[in-house]
Ligand binder design. Structure first.
Ligand SMILES: [Zn+2]
Length: 304
């Protein structure tokens, strides 16, 4: 171990011990990476902690300082926090850059819009800036409630981690950058309004204009269904104009993260073709109207 590695190891050990001191259950991640450093089920030798059956990272995560010192004496492991046993729910706000597309919505913006619609400020709690420029918001879950992971169902580019999930703790680093705490480490209680959003939504009937995944706002869903009906029932001579207006009107919901772009495109494509427009006419009208509307509404929001 080089001197530099030793210093890094000591700092990551301190990170793990500090997290454990807050009651957060930690386990080692591979040095410089985000994947668990523990053996998988197939490589299990049935010894040590696995003597009565293999135990995965969620079960091995610990707050025991002795076990933590022992684990981090071996290598400069990054620190994983198993959210479930830690009584945490972490809201993960992703960035368009990380999703690899400038068209992808920004998690911070869509979560902000969700809070605004719910009539609440973005909750003030312990937050961590991730290596890819995203943000993790830590919340303490109410006792006796077993929350699970969600992916994009709260809002586009917003995931949550609870039982079955983990986060990389502040103080860890990957080649993409470091995980940094942005404030003191107190996780606020999970607001009840957010908890109610996280409850699984009842399944909705599926149809061409209602193929909306997750929980985008009901208002956006209704607008989408109405615009589709409007377009599908348009008469010759007004079809292009109606399709164009519908796409412009719905583009703001895409810009605000209420509807995924592909859903609007697919739904209006079906509507336009039902009215008798050709597939290629629909596609080019939709593309230009949505591009215009998304750009226009993003700018308006940014300067508001
Ligand atoms: Zn095992």
């Amino acid at each position: 171990m080089t001197q530099q590695t030793k210093i890094l190891r000591a700092s990551l050990l301190a990170t793990a011990l500090t997290a454990a001191d807050h009651g957060w259950h930690v386990f080692p991640l591979r040095p410089g990476r985000k994947v668990p450093a523990l053996h998988g089920e197939r490589a299990c030798t049935g010894t040590g902690l696995c003597v009565s059956g293999h135990r995965k990272w969620e079960q091995r995560a610990t707050t025991d300082p002795g076990r933590i010192r022992d684990a981090w004496s071996r290598a400069p492991f990054n620190v994983g926090i198993a959210t479930g046993p830690s009584g945490l729910l972490v809201v993960d706000l992703d960035t368009p850059e990380h999703k690899g597309s400038s068209d992808a919505p920004d998690g911070a913006a869509t979560f902000g819009a969700l809070c605004e619609r719910a009539g609440h400020a973005v909750p003030d709690t312990y937050r961590v800036r991730t290596a890819s420029g995203g943000t993790h918001l830590y919340f303490a879950t109410p006792p006796g409630i077993r929350m699970t992971n969600t992916q994009g169902s709260v809002a586009p580019s917003v995931d949550t981690r609870a039982w079955g999930g983990y986060v990389v703790a502040a103080g860890s680093a990957t080649p993409a950058g470091t995980y940094e705490a942005l404030c003191g480490p107190a996780a606020a209680p999970l607001p009840s309004w957010l908890q109610s959003i996280l409850r699984p939504a009842p399944k909705r009937p599926q149809g061409p204009s209602m193929a909306v995944a997750g929980q985008s706002s009901r208002y956006a869903d209704v607008a989408l269904a109405e615009e589709c009906r409007n377009v599908a029932s348009a008469q010759v001579g007004e079809r292009e104009a109606k399709l164009f207006r519908a796409a412009r009107a719905l583009g703001r919901f895409v810009a605000w993260g209420d509807l995924p772009r592909h859903v609007v495109e697919e739904a209006l494509q079906v509507g336009g073709e039902a009215a008798g427009l050709s597939a290629s006419e629909c596609r080019s009208t939709l593309r230009s109207a949505l591009d215009w509307s998304i750009t226009h509404n993003q700018t308006r929001r940014a300067t508001a």
